[in-house]
Design a protein around this ligand. Structure first.
Ligand code: SF4
Ligand code: SF4
Length: 173
């Protein structure tokens, strides 16, 4: 997934779409928006970022999970099999991005990249709703995909690169 920091206006539509699409509990969020202001007056710059699980290539949440509930699915998405989750929170402690929360039904929950929609040929709910098209989703192994083209044509960053977890949420600058 790519997230264009130049286009995001911080409207939170992606957060609400995710809650509705995935029927999340009142206090549960799989994505969130961070607004950072940098610089000195009068040359201030604000960066809005729609954040979620990075579906890391090297995910410590998966290795920390004692039951096998947290796993890497075909295609690379990091998922939680809810019925296998004991609610021990080891994965929450292991994730440096705070991407997981405890669902009101006791299991740990997180972003799935809306794979149920992707498997139907649709975009994730957050990508679909974004009024500025700041979010894009696709196959990074396909050089012709929107996300591959974006990463070839724009500068970008990932969050906490120093941890070496190989995150798959790219912020276009
Ligand atoms: Fe930003 Fe789009 Fe989310 Fe609005 S819906 S906060 S513009 S990413
Ligand atoms: Fe796991 Fe956190 Fe990486 Fe998502 S962002 S794959 S929950 S370590």
């Amino acid at each position: 997934m790519t997230m264009d920091t130049r286009l995001c206006v911080g409207c939170q539509a992606c957060v609400l779409a995710c809650k509705a699409e995935n029927a999340l509990p009142e206090k549960g969020y799989r994505d969130w928006v961070v607004s950072e202001t940098r610089g000195e007056f009068p040359t201030l710059v604000q960066e809005n970022r729609s954040e979620r699980c990075n579906h890391c290539d090297d995910p410590p949440c998966v290795s920390a999970c004692p039951t096998g509930a947290s796993h890497v699915a075909e295609g690379g998405a990091v998922l939680v099999t809810h019925y296998k989750c004991s609610g021990c929170k080891a994965c929450i402690a292991a994730c440096p991005y705070n991407a997981r929360y405890v669902h009101s039904e006791g299991y740990v929950d997180k972003c799935t990249f809306c794979l149920h929609r992707v498997q139907r040929g649709e975009k994730p709910g957050c990508v679909d709703i974004c009024p500025t098209s700041a979010l894009r989703f696709g196959d990074l192994s396909d050089p012709g995909s929107d996300v591959s083209k974006a990463l070839r044509s724009r500068k970008y960053k990932v969050l906490k690169p120093e941890l070496g977890l190989k995150p798959n949420l790219y912020f276009l600058l």
